[in-house]
Ligand binder design. Structure first.
Ligand SMILES: Nc1ncnc2c1ncn2[C@@H]1O[C@H](COP(=O)(O)OP(=O)(O)OP(=O)(O)O)[C@@H](O)[C@H]1O
Length: 247
């Protein structure tokens, strides 16, 4: 699927290319009257883990939002290889904690893309939800209200909702921020497992350990892509010092 972000041009279907899962060229995006992303061009290989790295405000969440389809780019080209629509796990803070939802209902929302909102779930949907909750170790919290949970528990529930979407493209916005080391490791291991099982994972992260464990990194600074490649190539002391000093 190819999405052309140019107000005058229609959406065009495009060919898939080799082992690419996502490719974007000259992508510009922002918020009303506020350009944020400038001329981003990158390729994301299927069945890899990509880390989006950069200081606060560099545009990581905006880029994920564009890739997830919740923010419309103003121009450029975004192309996905054949596959499911992306599953998007937003930042924990972006999800209201006063929503009157149980953990199970929250994870069940991951099936809405298949079933439609508030529709009765099939037995298979319920199995998918159970499996996602078990993978994230939140099954014993199923009846609890989302708002009663700790930050780390809520984060795991949101990731379970993403996993329940059964997409082969999972986008996560800072999935380990604010978590204790054990929860971070558990989530890192799960994301690696998902890649092995056939998912392409893209995560925005401030966790340099997570970024160093990724297959590739996109380094953002002021809405521009200033590095892309393997963690060793991109996360050099010099590059990190330069970018964080100017942030
Ligand atoms: N809803 C919005 N309306 C207007 N501007 C926004 C909005 N959301 C983000 N921005 C601005 O867009 C820029 C990029 O923000 P973004 O959240 O993409 O950065 P980020 O790299 O994810 O930051 P962080 O690491 O703090 O999450 C910032 O200048 C921010 O103030």
């Amino acid at each position: 699927m190819t999405i052309m972000f140019n107000k005058d041009r229609p959406v065009q279907p495009g060919p898939t290319e080799g082992n690419l899962r996502v490719r974007f060229t000259g992508l510009n995006a922002g918020y009303s009257g506020r350009p944020v992303l400038h001329q981003l061009t990158a390729r994301i290989t299927a069945l890899t883990m990509t880390a989006l790295v950069g200081p606060n405000g560099s545009g990581k969440s905006t880029l994920l939002g564009v890739l997830a389809g919740v923010i419309e780019a103003t121009s450029g080209q975004l192309r996905y290889a054949e596959g499911h629509p992306p599953a998007f796990v937003p930042q924990r803070g972006a999800v209201g904690d006063t929503l009157p939802l149980t953990v199970r209902q929250t994870v069940e929302m991951g099936r809405w893309g298949e079933r439609g909102p508030w529709r009765r779930l099939t037995r298979q949907d319920r199995t998918v939800v159970d499996t996602a909750m078990e993978r994230l170790a939140v099954a014993d919290l199923a009846a609890r209200q989302l708002g009663e949970l700790s930050g780390g528990q809520r984060q795991r529930v949101l990731i379970a909702q993403g996993v329940a979407q059964q997409s082969d493209l999972l986008l996560l916005d800072e999935p380990t921020t604010g978590l204790d080391p054990e929860s971070r490791e558990r989530i890192a291991a799960l994301l690696t497992e998902l890649v092995t099982d056939g998912t392409t994972v893209i995560q925005a992260t401030h966790d340099l350990d997570a970024a160093r464990a990724a297959d590739s990194c996109l380094l953002l600074s002021n809405g521009r892509l200033v590095g892309q490649g393997s963690p060793d190539q991109v996360l050099t002391t010099t590059a990190l010092a330069r970018i964080w000093q100017t942030a």
